[in-house]
Ligand binder design. Structure first.
Ligand SMILES: *Cc1c(COP(=O)(O)O)cnc(C)c1O
Length: 373
């Protein structure tokens, strides 16, 4: 027993809304018995990282020096690539940090933050963290229905989160639906369009979110280097909105959100769009092939939700359960994402990996489905 405990039973009390939070659960890389597995549980890039980005990382500013607090070079490069004034760009320690500061800048106790069921699990945490009430609109066969979402807007709604494509479902709202959602929202509600997987969407299918953020002062679009850029470990995200919204977020962000290697690496990565395009095309080919294999197991109750992201949500609606499939894939050397905590015990979210791994997973699922009774 420590001295302080002998002196008093009093202890600091967290705010009740903080106590209610269940911490974010990251994708695992080991089985329950500690055996290393091929990790298809966190939507990382199976092609790794751009070589140009790795080379730049080795040349980053010395760690004894503070990084540029404003990530000027990176914001300039992102602005050039996407046609955005860098004044309207904010960088963060992963886009997760930006989602959190956006919630706390615009919502608090008594306010509501709205998103769809089977939305990104971080939305609940960032809503609770600032004391706001999470409001969850029902899904439409695992997708987002704009009218259902709108029917849950109240005068207390301050922020609406939409991931497009969505995680963990992979579902996607086309440009017209995003525009319709924005047009029907009150002007004082912040619409956050989380484009973590936007680089996987074909350019002609762009959802128009960046253009909405340029034209309106209640739209925030977030992006990340964690997925198609293959830089999850560097922890870099960025966002764009009106100068007013970006100004607000800049006041409460961390003072040095991006360290020296993160800035050097992502700057080079932005300039290597060939790697991003290669990642998109690899993902498209493998996702298409894998989804077709799942469709061929429809007689066993397996079903893949149509995905625009770098993963597929596979539903188990027959004799083979999600849990048995999860454990069986682990026995075969693969860790995927089973999400009973998100209300999806009947589903596995499987990251699109290398061709041989996707073949092995499809074969394993077929063996298990045929053996199940
Ligand atoms: C992976 C992911 C992010 C990105 O998180 P980072 O903090 O940038 O690594 C954001 N939103 C969604 C929906 C994601 O799946």
């Amino acid at each position: 027993m420590t001295d302080s405990q002998t002196i008093s039973n009093l202890a600091p009390q967290p705010k009740p809304w903080i106590e209610a939070i269940h911490a974010y659960v990251p994708g695992k890389s080991k089985s329950a018995d500690g055996k290393p597995l091929i990790k298809l549980s966190a939507n990382e890039n199976p092609l790794g990282t751009s070589q140009a980005a790795l080379d730049a990382r080795a040349q980053a500013v010395a760690p004894s020096l503070y990084p540029d607090p404003d990530s000027v070079a990176l914001r300039g490069a992102l602005g050039e690539l996407h046609g955005i004034d860098p004044v309207r760009i904010l960088c963060g320690t992963g886009s997760g940090e930006i989602l959190g500061i956006a919630a706390s800048a615009y919502a608090g106790p008594g306010d509501e933050i709205l998103y769809v069921r089977y939305g990104f699990s971080l939305y609940e945490i960032v809503a609770q963290r600032c004391g706001a009430t999470p409001v969850i609109a029902p899904d439409a066969d695992y997708g987002t229905d704009v009218d259902t979402l709108l029917s849950h807007v109240t005068e207390r709604t301050r922020v609406v989160f939409v991931a497009n494509p969505n995680n963990p479902t992979g579902s996607f709202l086309p440009r017209g639906e995003i525009a319709r959602l924005h047009a029907a929202l009150p002007a004082d509600v912040l619409l956050v369009i989380d484009q973590a997987y936007a680089e996987y969407v074909a350019p002609e299918d762009d959802d128009g979110a960046l253009a909405l953020a340029a034209a309106h002062n209640n739209v925030l679009v977030t992006r990340t280097f964690s997925k198609a850029y293959g830089l999850a470990g560097e922890r870099v995200g960025w966002a764009t909105a009106s100068t007013d919204v970006i100004g607000v977020l800049n006041r409460i962000r961390g003072p040095f959100p991006l360290n020296n290697t993160a800035q050097a690496t992502t700057l080079a990565a932005v300039k290597d769009q060939a790697f991003v395009e290669q990642s998109r095309l690899h993902n498209l080919a493998e996702r298409t092939r894998f989804a077709a294999k799942i469709a061929a197991m429809g007689n066993h109750g397996l079903r893949a939700i149509p995905s625009e992201a770098n993963f597929v949500l596979v539903l188990f609606e027959g004799a083979l359960t999600g849990e048995t499939a999860y454990n069986g894939l682990a026995d075969r050397g693969y860790i995927v994402r089973w999400l009973p905590g998100q209300g999806l015990p009947q589903a596995l979210r499987i990251t699109i990996g290398k061709p041989a791994d996707m073949d092995a997973i499809a074969t394993g699922l077929r063996e298990m489905a045929e053996a199940a009774k």
